[in-house]
Design a protein. Structure first.
Lengths: 73, 417
């Protein structure tokens, strides 16, 4: 009987980091969009926030694509 | 495909039935958080999950070459043993569904194989060490890993999103939840439909229809995919309710954190060589996300019942399968008897479930006591009510509202009851 602690440890590490990164990025993206809407209501615009938001969402989409790749491969 | 013996036909049908129960048992894994937070309408959620399960079944050509994950020696396994194993797994899946508890379908299948193999070939054919490394440790690790990731994720999303407008946040988290739920569904279709394909292929090989090491025929892939998709679409509403509302109260942020953590853990574990059960990961993630919000509560009594079900899964499925294997060994009539028993008990469980129907209309309605207690109470009729009805039947005029009258004739009542 041999428990593969290394594999279990890496599953834990990777899951924790990936979850935190993804959730964090996605939340930042939402926050960015929220800035845009706030600005739009006062007639202004928030180009930096919007660009940042789309970058965050793009990173999340890439992660989802990688997930699908992992399932197919 | 030449001669298809009766036992082989029975095994294939039973395997598809197991696949079906697998589907509706595990709809909750992908969709419970999405449904309970209102990100998707219940019916649409299960439909999407069903389609993705079907797609997932066709996605991977990698054959599930070992269905028991090395738990038992599969080389000399007979179709009857596989049949008995499936009977144990199906009944356990149905029973846990009845009381609304999420439990691992893979563990049920492994337990069934374990019991059936021991009954047919003795304990020598079981690799005991694998039981701990491949079953027990993952069952403890999965909820912890997913739970911790979900807790941290939920904390972060509340912290970073504290200044976000409510309307934008709601829309955003809805999209995020749907994406991560879709990933879980797809992964589920690939993993779990593969399992059934592996079972059917193994049976076909041992029955001499296929040569060893062959890929599953197209009809096996298609039927396994369809069975799991149908089951998913039916929706295991009882389990969805427990997972989405019973364990904790989830806000969209938490649902998103939970589902993302679950998807990550499932994908990471199956690709880093330490496979963890989907059910255990998702349950852990939901509880973790529950703890990740300030003031969030986890209903530990429900979690405790769930844990008991997890621990019982393997031995319970094994016991039923061992019994089934013992009867099938008696000859063809034994196999037929077990098949009749399986159909009969499944029907009985379904009838019991009709006492309190849970479907897409009331999946999000929960009373304070916790849903599992409700589900259990609904299927075990309270003795007092039964007694009153009985009294009413025996002594129509006196039973109700007149305890003195009822007390006067204890002898008659006892005699008649």
């Amino acid at each position: 009987m041999k428990i593969d602690w290394a594999a279990l440890g890496s599953v834990f590490g990777v899951s924790l980091v990936a979850t935190v990164l993804l959730v964090g990025l996605f939340t930042l993206g939402i926050a960015g969009l929220s800035q845009k809407e706030k600005a739009a209501r006062t007639g202004g615009s928030a180009p930096l926030a919007v660009t940042g938001a789309y970058l965050c969402f793009a990173a999340c989409a890439a992660a989802v694509a990688f997930g699908i790749y992992l399932i197919v491969a | 495909m030449e001669s298809f013996s009766l036992i082989l036909a029975i095994v294939v049908i039973t395997a598809l039935a197991f696949d079906f129960t697998n589907g509706f048992h595990d709809t909750a894994n992908a969709m419970a958080t999405t449904i309970s937070t209102g990100a998707m309408k219940p019916k649409i959620a299960v439909a999407m999950s069903a389609v993705l399960n079907l797609v997932g079944a066709f996605l991977s050509v990698e054959v599930a070459n070992t269905i028991s994950k090395g738990l038992v020696d599969e080389s000399g396994i007979q179709p009857e043993v596989i049949f008995a194993a499936l009977v144990g797994a199906i009944l356990w899946n149905l029973l846990t569904w009845l009381v609304g508890l999420p439990s691992s379908s893979s563990h049920a299948l492994m337990g069934g194989l374990l019991g059936a193999t021991v009954a047919s070939a003795g304990f020598g054919a079981v690799h005991g060490g694998t039981l701990i490394t491949n079953v027990l440790i993952p069952a403890l690790a999965a909820p912890l890993v997913a739970g911790i990731a979900a807790t941290v994720g939920a904390r972060i999303t509340y912290k970073l999103g504290s200044k976000t407008e409510e309307q934008t946040a709601k829309k955003g988290y809805r999209a995020g939840q749907i994406a991560s739920a879709a990933l879980v569904s797809l992964a589920h279709g690939t993993n779990d439909a593969q399992k059934t394909m592996g079972v059917i292929t193994l049976a076909l090989v041992t029955g001499g229809v296929l040569v060893p090491d062959s890929d599953p025929p197209v009809w096996v892939i298609a039927s396994a995919g369809l069975a799991i998709a149908l089951g998913t679409y039916l929706g295991g509403w009882r389990i969805i309710r427990t997972m989405g509302k019973g364990l904790t109260d989830l806000q969209p942020q938490q649902g998103f954190a939970a589902q993302t953590s679950a998807a990550t853990v499932i994908l990471a574990s199956s690709h880093l060589g330490f496979s963890l059960s989907t059910t255990h990961s998702v349950s852990g993630a939901v509880m973790g996300a529950g703890l990740g919000r300030k003031g969030g509560v986890v209903r530990w009594s429900t979690a405790g019942r769930m844990l008991v079900a997890w621990l019982l899964t393997l031995p319970a499925a094994a016991l039923v399968a061992a019994g089934a294997e013992y009867v099938t060994q008696q000859g063809t009539w034994g196999t037929v008897l077990v098949a009749v028993f399986l159909v009969g008990s499944s029907l009985a469980i379904w009838l019991l479930s009709r006492r309190e129907v849970v479907d897409h209309t009331n999946v999000n309605h929960v009373e304070e006591d916790g849903v599992v207690a409700d589900a259990v109470a609904a299927v075990t009729p309270p003795p007092t009510v039964a007694l009153e009805e009985e009294l009413d039947r025996v002594m129509p005029s006196q039973a109700i509202g007149s305890p003195a009258a009822a007390g006067e004739k204890p002898v008659t009542t006892a005699a008649k009851v």
